[in-house]
Design a protein around this ligand. Structure first.
Ligand code: FAD
Length: 420
């Protein structure tokens, strides 16, 4: 078929979807590109929603992937404010909420993830918040400012990245902050117990209170307003607002309804894709937060909920849709900023996967690199207030080369010199 007559549809207008559309055009695709998103805003990036934008340091306009006019210029047909409600792989059609039926040649699912909800009494109260969308951040920004003015209390359920970044933002507004977390340290699932508490100390120094090993069981309210939260160990914390930051679930219902292969939720969930980001249907691809991809370099299937994976996965899927040879094997990468501490993490080392943690630099001053190893091989590295080391860290991970822990810990030994 002549390419100009082909229609490529992208469901989901986040970073992965927008970058896929951009790549289709950059690679010279002349057919129709249709981008469908249930949000009314043009595609935007989410990291500022818990950092610069939430802190009031970045303007609303700065979060968008492209200016609105860019889409018309690139001849990308936008259906904003429209959910895709039904996908029929046999007929190769997708139906929108307003009834529109679109026939596709190839389709990309870039439907992202959504915040997990607290399943406790009181979640319907006006002061209970989530943070995923621009509208959530707009609202939360106002809430933090008024809590700061009135000496109000914010309780955050969950000491993951988003919970901690919002804690930092809330403190900068002057709000009182308590974080309730079931695990014994912050960021336990991401960094393990060895490094997680480093972020605990950082937040304590800024006046954040933690309540670890406890589950939030009730949000107490009066006249529709939040008054306090209760935890399963019988404690009560005052609260004027609550943020549920207990993780995100992949938005895979469209794929599920279409009969595509999914990953069990206990294995991380998401749409199962191969290393070319193709689903179990040869005409449908998936990328970004929703995709659980076979990772050739890590030798496992992995679903990555981070910015860089959307930034690179969307374009990789677009190239695969165009029939190019693609192996998506990027080393997972993410970053975070809290107060004056910036960090980058490369690799994959969940608790239980590593047998050694080595640090180089000054941990007490929060200027160091942490390395997670298994049998002397590097699984992951995190640089904290140390910059321009991502490339050698990722090369060391990729090499699978056994490393000398003493050399790794020595700041005088250039990381590059440890490469085989
Ligand atoms: C507050 C916040 C802060 C973050 N900070 C960082 C950070 O500092 N560093 C980092 O590495 N990562 C960070 N992340 C993670 C990063 O933003 C995500 O990994 C990234 O947004 C994933 O992009 P995506 O395009 O896959 O999905 P999304 O950004 O979720 O976009 C998917 C879009 O598809 C839409 N959609 C879903 N289903 C349908 C449907 N059926 N029909 C139509 N549209 C649909 C959704 O509404 C959404 O607009 C952060 C995330 C959040 C929420």
């Amino acid at each position: 078929m002549v390419e100009a007559h082909r229609t490529f549809v992208i469901v989901g207008g986040g970073l992965a979807g927008a970058k896929a559309a951009e790549t289709l055009r950059a690679e010279g695709f002349t057919g129709r590109v249709i981008l469908i998103c249930d949000e009314r805003d043009h595609p935007y990036e989410r990291p500022p929603l818990s950092k610069g934008y939430l802190l009031g340091k970045e303007e609303r306009d700065s979060v968008f992937v492209h200016e609105p006019a860019w889409y018309a210029g690139a001849d990308i047909e936008l259906h904003l404010g429209q959910p895709a409600v039904r996908l029929d792989p046999e007929a190769r059609t997708v139906r929108l909420g307003d009834g529109t039926l679109i026939v596709y040649d190839k389709l990309l699912l870039a439907t992202g993830a959504e915040p997990r909800r607290l399943d406790v009494p009181g979640t319907g109260l006006a002061g209970v918040h989530h943070l995923r969308r621009l509208a959530h951040a707009e609202r939360l920004r106002g809430v933090l400012a008024s809590l700061g003015r009135d000496n109000g209390h914010l309780v955050i359920a969950g000491a993951g990245w988003i919970g901690l970044e919002v804690a930092a933002a809330a403190r900068s507004y002057g709000a009182e902050v308590t974080v309730v977390e079931t695990a014994p340290t912050p960021l336990h699932a991401a960094l393990g117990p060895e490094l997680g508490d480093l972020f605990g100390d950082l937040h304590r120094e800024h006046g954040v209170r933690f309540h670890f090993g406890a589950r939030l069981t009730e949000i107490v309210g009066q006249d529709g307003m939040v008054l306090a939260v209760r935890t399963d160990d019988g404690e009560e914390h005052p609260a004027h607002a609550v943020l549920a930051a207990i993780g995100a679930a992949p938005r895979a219902s469209l794929a599920e309804q279409a009969g595509l292969a999914l990953v069990d939720r206990y294995d991380g969930g998401g749409i199962a894709v191969d290393a070319t980001l193709r689903t179990s249907d040869p005409h449908i691809y998936a990328a970004g937060d929703v995709a659980a991809a076979d990772h050739p370099a890590l030798g496992t299937r992995i679903r990555v909920e981070h910015w860089a994976n959307a930034l690179n996965g969307g374009p990789a899927a677009a190239r695969a849709m165009l029939g190019q040879e693609v192996t998506y094997d990027r080393v997972p990468y993410f970053f975070s900023d809290q107060y004056d501490v910036g960090m980058e993490y490369s690799g994959y080392a969940p608790p239980g996967s590593y047998d050694q943690v080595v640090c180089r630099g000054d941990v007490a001053k929060r200027e160091f690199i942490a390395f997670w190893l298994r049998e002397g091989r590097l699984l992951a590295g995190m640089n904290v207030n140390v910059w321009d080391v991502t490339a050698p860290i990722q090369q060391l991970i990729r090499s699978g080369h056994p490393l000398d822990a003493t050399a790794l810990a020595d700041p005088e030994v250039p990381l590059e010199s440890l490469l085989p």
